[in-house]
Design a protein around this ligand. Structure first.
Ligand code: PGA
Length: 253
């Protein structure tokens, strides 16, 4: 059975003094919770990965990075590698986020190369895909999603070692969430693609998260959909009480 995943993507937010306070508060919130059916992940900016890992070691959440470079090591000023994350014993890494695709020209080929590097280093990729508003209005959402999946997973073998996040770009940071039905429709397409590209049991085991203005008010309805296995949460993950509330709602489902 798939566990629910509640993942916070801090993006380029938070200052160092706030990080410790947030994480200790989160740890306190998680302390008394039964997390048998829910995994909590925090993805901070890279300067805070170490302190986040240190605090996570004594708590009940996992840590993920927000991006890696697809090369092993070398003269790539400002970049971080999958091997670095492995050496810090991190569990997850987001790749292919729409903001990286938009502002840093990240292509499906690059996402594919990053996915390979993460697998080589035993880190679980959280692969983001999603359509723009224009593409949705043109009625080509399914085509876009399938081509992003084909590109990201080219020549990749998977077991249980991948998470997919469907994030409609028009819903990210806009306050405009996809309706549970709109999200479920795409999640079902992604699961069918997994079944056709791999196997039924793989399709049944891979977690597919929804992302895009998820918040305490809409998390329950989204998580009740049969193919929505959790959330990748931006804005609402920066407020520890909102993030904890969403975890609490997931635990109670
Ligand atoms: P949002 O961001 O929750 O602020 O819409 C989600 C994401 O981009 O991962």
């Amino acid at each position: 059975m798939r566990k629910i995943i509640i993942a916070g993507n801090w993006k380029m937010n938070m200052l160092f003094p706030e990080v410790e306070e947030f994480l200790f508060e989160l740890s306190d919130e998680l302390e008394g919770k039964d997390l048998n059916s829910v995994d909590v992940i925090v993805c901070p900016p890279s300067p805070y990965l170490e302190i986040t890992s240190d605090i996570a070691n004594d708590s009940k959440f996992y840590v993920g990075a927000q991006n890696i470079n697809e090369n092993n090591n070398g003269a790539y000023t400002g970049e971080i590698s999958a091997a670095m994350l492995k050496s810090m014993e991190l569990t997850y890494c987001i790749i292919g986020h729409s903001e990286r695709r938009k502002y840093f020209s990240e292509s499906d080929e690059m996402v594919n190369a990053k996915l390979k590097k993460l697998h080589e280093n035993c880190i679980v990729p959280i692969v983001c895909i999603g359509e723009t508003l224009e593409q949705r209005e043109q009625g080509i959402t399914k085509k876009i999603i399938l081509s992003q999946l084909d590109g990201a997973f080219k020549d990749i073998k998977i077991n249980n070692n991948v998470v997919i996040a469907y994030e409609p770009i028009w819903a990210i940071g806009t306050g405009k969430t996809a309706t549970p039905q709109q999200a479920q429709e795409i999640h079902a397409i992604i699961r069918k693609w997994l079944e056709e590209s791999y196997k039924k049991d793989i399709a049944e085991n891979v977690s597919i998260l929804y992302g895009g203005s998820m918040k305490p008010e809409n998390v329950k309805e989204l998580l009740l959909q049969s193919d929505i296995d959790g959330g990748l949460i931006g804005g609402a993950s920066l407020d520890v009480s909102k993030f904890s509330k969403m975890i609490e709602i997931a635990v109670e489902l």
